[in-house]
Design a protein. Structure first.
Length: 109
């Protein structure tokens, strides 16, 4: 199973803001319990949609600039970007279907 890639502040412009298509970024931290629930779901989605979706994970403790830029106040936060622009934000731990529906909604557009 392919895992999602880790992302750091210095790579954000190149890998997310400048990218074409749909990109999912999971903002998380090691100490966050709900993040440990969402993490494997995000990994599954990365594998399921590997041909149509780029998936990255960003540790908010190690990379404070990007979470601040997007006003992230709680984690886990998942942001979907389309052609470099944020199009949907999901804060909290939810079942896989919530994330899947969000992805499908933006792939269809």
């Amino acid at each position: 199973m392919s895992k999602s890639n880790s992302l750091v502040d210095s790579e954000f412009e190149q890998k997310v803001s400048s990218s074409k298509g749909l990109v999912l970024v999971d903002f998380w931290a090691v100490w966050c319990g709900p993040c440990k629930v969402v993490g494997p779901i995000i990994d599954e989605l990365a594998e399921t949609h590997k041909d149509s979706l780029q998936v990255f994970k960003m540790d908010v403790d190690e990379n404070p600039n990007t979470p601040t830029r997007f006003h992230i106040r709680g984690i886990p936060t998942v942001i979907l970007f389309k052609d470099g622009k944020p199009v949907e934000q999901i804060v909290g731990s939810y079942p896989r279907e919530v994330f899947e529906n969000a992805i499908q909604g933006h792939l269809a557009k």
